[in-house]
Design a protein. Sequence first.
Length: 213
Amino acid sequence: MLQPSLSVGSPIAGLARALDFPSRATIVDEGEPARAIYRIVSGHVMVSRFLPDGRRQIFEVLGPGGVFGVTPNGHHDSAAEALTEVRLMAFDRQAAERSSEFNAALADLLKAQLCALHDHAVLLGRKSAVERVMSYIEDLIGVADAQHADDDVAIVRVLMTRSEIADYLGLTLETVSRAFSQLKREGVIGYERHDGPMTVDLKRLKRLTGRNL
């Protein structure tokens, strides 16, 4: 039996209200009361946590269908920021957690995110700096708004700053910049501006990673 989804138009959607946020808006802050669980309808959100000394670890970058705001207690243990303009479905936490249909649908969505977090843990623990950046580029190719100019070239949007990419990949800003520059020199990627469109040579990237794209 198919589980109900948390999408717009599903029976469970009656528990939610739609919210819109502009690019770079803070959606939730670490430590604030957790009154809602959020599902992304459109746009991209990054989820992060700060260490006591001010360092930040970005551990999830979520697109449409992603869920955040799930917590075992009454407060958010991480912050969520809109990378682009974002539309969300905000489910009242207390009402949603009483719904068996909501919990079943939420469990299905979180399974995929848990697998992605496992992949990210491998990236942080075992991959070199250049391998981490290549994995990040592979993820960009997989998002819905990536364009394929032909079978050999993809055009992607880099939504995060170099500093944010460093916080996501567990690297320093300087190391991330060197890795991007190396891949550009080798013809794997091409760009004029850090915040502009980036072309990716899929054949070169596949040869380096050994993965189908």
